[in-house]
Ligand binder design. Sequence first.
Ligand code: FES
Ligand code: FES
Length: 161
Amino acid sequence: MTKVSMTVNGKAVSGEVEGRTLLATFLREGLGLTGTHVGCDTSQCGACVVHVNGQAIKSCTAFAADLDGAKVTTIEGMANPDGSLGTVQQAFQDHHGLQCGFCTPGMVMSAAALLAENPKPTEAEVRHHLEGNICRCTGYHNIVKAVLAASGQDVGQIAAE
Ligand code: FES
Ligand code: FES
């Protein structure tokens, strides 16, 4: 076992992990942050996306032991300090960007990473960026709409589906 220390959602945390412990497992089972979902464990679905040192990564592809000292943000860290939904989360709610919600944490984290790099993406850029995130329910249309709305763009002309 190896001791690993990180800053997760602004809080210093540490734990003992095996060399094979995935970041997703450490977050969910070690820290109880079950908002990060695991849909496949094989880097396909994107449900497990978190930010590590400002970059969106699939947390099922990273070993926790390799991330000593990292700054990690999970979906639990996306709310406002008063506990209300953050901008991207609120846009998903406002524009019906989810149904079952299983993919939503990863979608929100991927979208937030895009908006940090590209504050006013086009619809095509949003769709391209979210290619690594699979949703089985929504058909993606309202997810894309939510991301565009979160960027402050007018989505009034985009028909709801
Ligand atoms: S659980 Fe990580 S990509 Fe599916
Ligand atoms: S809302 Fe169900 S998988 Fe996306």
